[in-house]
Design a protein around this ligand. Structure first.
Ligand SMILES: C[S@@+](CC[C@H](N)C(=O)[O-])C[C@H]1O[C@@H](n2cnc3c(N)ncnc32)[C@H](O)[C@@H]1O
Length: 271
């Protein structure tokens, strides 16, 4: 059974979680968080969530524990070839044109979860013979997700939407085990990165393309503005930011300009 969680303790725990990772829960979300927060508190040896809050807030070990709590709360839902049209247009139209004149391109997948998104990009690029000219950095706040990404092993759910020709070439299935061709995972630089850490983002250098798909939905409006500003700063002039199909930046008044290509939307840094 979960530990009791009053609205007041939920609110102060939420404040810590939002400050650390941007995750935003409303007062009605108490049911969503209760089990996960309670499990984590009990694993850390607490039988009161108020005591757990004080530990997170004031104990020298609280920061590391808060990382573990966040890691247990984030949603890692992803799969290969998710929202593929936008990626196809990016690779076949926008990047292929750019790469035709011997250039190299840097791409950052900024909330890659267990890695299916950057690996999908790597497959698309490799199929066109372009992967060796592209540097892909893939990051997430969740160490747990990154361990899976680096392993190159996935669940059958991750391959529920594969186009023809991918299985057998890039993805190998043996019973319930799904593996990705090893050269793809090793072509990607995997790192842990919190999108709220503007200083660490600035250290990554500049990118031609940044993907932040299906992550902004978990943030409150102020956090979205702050993260989009850091991501925009990480773009080279004329660089592109991609967000998820259900996400739009227009109501945040971003300085990026919105473009449509082949039915997919892209945000471009004004050169
Ligand atoms: C639903 S997944 C999206 C994965 C992939 N981009 C896709 O579209 O399939 C959201 C990811 O955002 C990550 N995330 C949440 N808050 C974050 C933060 N503050 N910094 C970096 N990553 C974060 C989560 O760990 C999770 O893996």
């Amino acid at each position: 059974m979960s530990l009791p969680l009053s609205p007041q303790v939920f609110a102060i725990l939420n404040g810590l979680i939002e400050d650390r990772a941007g995750l935003h829960y409303g007062p009605n979300d108490v049911e969503i968080g209760r089990d996960k927060i309670s499990d984590r508190a009990e694993a850390a040896g607490f039988d009161s969530l108020l005591d757990y809050y004080y530990f997170l807030r004031y104990d020298p070990g609280g920061s590391a524990e808060l990382d573990l709590l966040v890691d247990g709360l984030v949603v890692h839902e992803t799969y290969f070839f998710r929202e593929p049209d936008q990626l196809e247009v990016l690779v076949r139209r926008l990047l292929a044109r750019r790469l035709s004149d011997d250039a190299t391109v840097r791409i950052w997948c900024a909330a890659c979860a267990t890695g299916e998104e950057p690996l999908t990009l790597a497959m698309m690029l490799a199929d066109l013979g372009l992967l060796r000219r592209v540097r892909i950095v893939a990051s997430d706040i969740s160490e747990r997700a990154l361990v899976r990404a680096r392993s190159g092993e996935f669940t059958p759910r991750a391959v529920r939407s594969l186009p023809a020709g991918i299985e057998g070439r890039w993805i190998l299935r043996e019973g319930n085990r799904v593996r990705v061709e090893a050269s793809l995972a090793s072509a990607i630089e995997w790192r842990r990165m919190n999108l709220l850490d503007g200083a660490a983002i600035a250290q990554l250098g500049r990118f031609d393309v940044v993907l932040a798909r299906n992550v902004l939905i978990y943030f409150g409006d102020d956090t979205v503005r702050r993260v989009v500003k850091s991501l925009s700063d990480a773009l080279l002039p004329a660089g592109l930011l991609l967000v998820g199909a259900s996400e739009s930046l227009l109501r945040y008044g971003t300085s990026l300009s919105c473009e449509e290509h082949g039915g997919a939307f892209f945000y471009r840094k004004v050169a």
